[in-house]
Ligand binder design. Structure first.
Ligand code: GLU
Length: 738
């Protein structure tokens, strides 16, 4: 019995990837044809044909070749994706200096922080190359080329295939193409689907693996305003940090080594001090993660009522518990800062999104678009035949999977993906040993190699782990799971609680944290020194984690058939829409591939009688000071600089601008993306979206949707005048023609 389940779990990684793909609708989807003038996250190789005329008409002074070229250095070579699809960062010097958001480097800043060196609170500035700090596991990837490979990928696919057969065929062709693309190079490649899998692109990338921390302002500048200001305008924080790419002595990517040298890129971004005014052209290039602009009204309702509602409920509770302990102890505050912001960011996002769904009647708008679709279909018998049931099919899958979605979202939020409770995820560190002992490993590894890996992961984990905090959270989460998820989807550990602990969850949790080898560094070390299989079988955290994966797998099995129906129906729906609007230009949904959005710097009217300016100033930072709220503390040095108006050469008129707005179409993943002027010079960093349009990932609202950017001149002012890191300013290419 057990071994059968283990076999299933061995396939877990693949299924997780599938699930993620399904849940996030990672495949590209199309925009409704009521497309607004400059909305869209455009595939960079296509802008030459699709967007250049319009962009130049709006003021762009570059040619398409300056942005994407296979023969000469172009903008695509200086804008990279961090950690294979996290944030965006760009090169700003001839010595591999890169800049991104503070919230994109917070893991690294925290990693190097301790109560003795609290870089979160005080900031960090490497005053020499020797002081730059290595970050194990940090990567940045640049696009070498992107190629439309649809014909090669879909050549052998035909309509009679099941989704599984189709996928297997696509995987096979992708593997061949990837192999050919990287052969004899140090490059990596992926094949990505666009337009619901109607088109495919091969993306070849160069990845650098030695990326060191160079500078970060204190949180009181980088995260000024904290959660209260997050996702809102007006904004007053310098959300930036800097890192440097290092290569091997031969100039090619290499893992960290002391002899590595700073990367010498062929191109880097020039920085402009000329700023911007209302209506100036601007564009952003980066790696937006995920939009879902073509979800059906039923799909949006599902996001609202399951994903967002559960996330709000779960994270609200977790964040309060975490904060209690963070306030009590500096050690815990430093340990949990990055985890807290990771959870709180999309907690607030989900709250805002649900409010916007209602306020902007997003579901109603989508519904009336669907009515038009239905009318169009019923106007012709061939269409009726081909597409008559697609919407019904999508809607019925969504309603059939409600209970499963609910259970999956609880499992993912609490334990397996977003890890509100940490211990069950950490216990998976022993899975390789466990499977090997059972004879399920594809390749036998030496036990000491496996244990060394466990030790390494353990030392990372325990450094930022407070078992008391985790225990409190685990007790609350297990009880909430029991209340909100159908018993059918209780993991096996609930039977243990029932059988061995009289159904008392608190008693079970207490036992787990007192006894498990995964909750205590010395018990963990003892195990890695002398691993015993039987010990794992008795370990409550390990067996608890194992049972959660079993349940997860069980749900995914049930899900599979629905999933296939859903994917087919959605592909048909999108095809139908393309047929319905043959003259429209479509752009694919975001999927962490390189995109360009263009538009202008602009203000907005938030609601009746409330209009917002398009920039904020340092005076506004001072106005927000609140000595009773850590998120609104202002460093003395910054106050002094403000008093002295010591701003040159970063201002024109004695006013230090801090943040500004554009109508560029962006989303998560664009964090850290360069905001460029008409000449392609850096004028700011994109870092957030605004509260009034939190439903923007589903429907773009031209009058309301804004991207929030930090002014590069404020960033330079902080580096120069606040931190005194003049050497960094000197290595940048700053254009002071004002
Ligand atoms: N709201 C986020 C923050 O400032 C950034 C935006 C995003 O993650 O998309 O932390």
């Amino acid at each position: 019995m057990l071994s059968g389940n283990i076999k299933l779990i061995l396939h877990f990684c693949i299924l997780t990837a599938m699930r993620k793909w399904l849940i996030t609708y990672l495949i590209g989807v199309l925009l409704f044809p009521s497309i607004q003038a400059d909305e869209g996250m455009w595939l960079v190789p296509l802008i030459k044909d699709l967007n250049m005329d319009r962009m130049q008409e709006m003021g762009l002074e570059l040619e398409a070749e300056d942005i994407y070229s296979l023969d000469n250095p172009s903008l695509k070579d200086v804008i990279g994706s961090l950690d294979y699809g996290g944030c965006t960062a760009e090169i700003i010097s001839s010595e591999g200096l890169i800049i991104t958001n503070h919230h994109c480097g917070v893991d690294e800043i925290q990693f190097h922080s301790s109560t003795e060196h609290d870089y979160l609170t005080n900031g960090f500035w490497a005053m020499s190359r020797e002081e730059e700090l290595p970050n194990p596991g940090k990567t940045i990837s640049f696009v070498i080329r992107m190629e439309n490979v649809t014909e090669k990928i879909l050549g052998m696919v035909h309509l009679e295939m099941t989704e599984a057969e189709r996928e297997a065929e696509i995987d096979k062709s992708s593997e061949t193409l990837i192999g050919e693309a990287v052969e004899g190079t140090h490059y990596e490649a992926v094949v990505i689907p666009l337009y619901e899998g109607d088109e495919y692109y091969l993306v070849v990338m160069e990845t650098f693996k030695d990326v060191r921390l160079v500078g970060a302002p204190p949180e009181s500048i980088g995260r000024f305003g904290g959660d209260r200001d997050n996702w809102e305008w007006p904004r007053h924080n310098a959300d930036f940090c800097m890192m440097r790419i290092y290569t091997g002595p031969d100039g090619t990517p290499a893992e960290f080594a002391p002899e590595n040298i700073p990367y010498k890129p062929a191109q880097w971004l020039p920085i402009s001090l000329s700023g911007y005014e209302q209506d100036d052209f601007s564009m952003v290039i980066g790696f937006p993660g995920q939009t879902n602009r073509y979800a059906t009204s039923s799909g949006i309702r599902e996001i609202k009522e399951i994903e967002n509602r559960n996330r709000i409920k779960i994270r609200g509770e977790v964040l309060d518990l975490m904060m209690e302990d963070m306030k009590e102890s500096d050690r815990v505050r430093i340990q949990y800062t990055a985890k807290y912001s990771r959870l709180s960011n999309y907690y607030k996002y989900s709250i805002g999104q649900n409010l916007s769904f209602d306020k902007l009647d997003v579901i109603g708008k989508r519904k009336s678009q669907e009515d038009q679709f239905t009318q169009w279909v019923s106007g012709d018998s061939a269409r009726e035949e081909a597409y008559g049931d697609v919407l019904t099919e999508i809607n019925s899958v969504i309603s059939e999977r409600t209970m499963m979605e609910n259970a999956l979202s609880y499992l993912e939020e609490m334990f397996l993906l977003h890890k509100a409770v940490e211990i069950f995820d950490f216990a998976t560190v022993a899975f390789p040993f466990f499977f090997q002992e059972l004879g399920y490993a594809s390749e036998q590894q030496e036990i000491n190699v496996l244990m060394k890996r466990m030790e390494d992961r353990g030392s990372d984990f325990f450094r930022n782990y407070n078992p008391q905090t985790d225990q409190k959270i685990a007790s609350a989460m297990m009880q909430s799971y029991a209340l909100n998820v159908e018993p059918l989807y209780y993991p096996g550990l609930f039977s243990t609680i029932h059988g061995d602990f009289d159904g008392d969850i608190i008693k079970y949790i207490d036992h787990l944290y007192r006894k498990s080898i995964f909750t205590d560094p010395s018990r963990f070390e003892k195990f890695t020194k002398k691993p015993k299989f039987k010990k794992l079988l008795k370990d409550p955290a390990f067996m608890g984690s194992f049972s959660m994966y079993q349940t997860y797998r069980q749900i995914l099995d049930e899900y599979e058939e629905l999933d296939d129906r859903y994917i087919t129906a959605r592909r048909n729906y999108v095809n139908a829409l393309r047929e319905m609007y043959p003259d429209s230009v479509f752009y694919p949904d975001a999927n962490s591939s390189l995109r360009l959005s263009y538009g202008t710097v602009c203000d907005y009217q938030a609601r009746d009688a409330v209009s917002y300016e398009y920039y904020t100033t340092l005076a506004g930072v001072m106005e927000k000071e609140d000595t009773g709220n850590r998120d609104f503390h202002i460093p003395e040095k910054l106050k002094q600089l403000f008093e002295e108006k010591n701003y040159q050469p970063y201002v024109r008129d004695n006013t230090m601008r801090v943040c500004f707005l554009t109508n560029l179409d962006t989303t998560g993943g664009n964090s850290g993306s360069p905001v460029l002027n008409a000449k392609g010079e850096l004028i700011g960093l994109n870092f957030d979206g605004n509260w009034e349009s939190m439903s923007g990932d589903l429907i773009y609202e031209p009058e309301l949707q804004r991207s929030i950017c930090v002014d590069i001149r404020y960033v330079l002012f902080i580096i120069d005048k606040f931190a005194g890191a003049h050497h960094l300013i000197q290595e940048m290419d700053i254009n002071d023609q004002r």
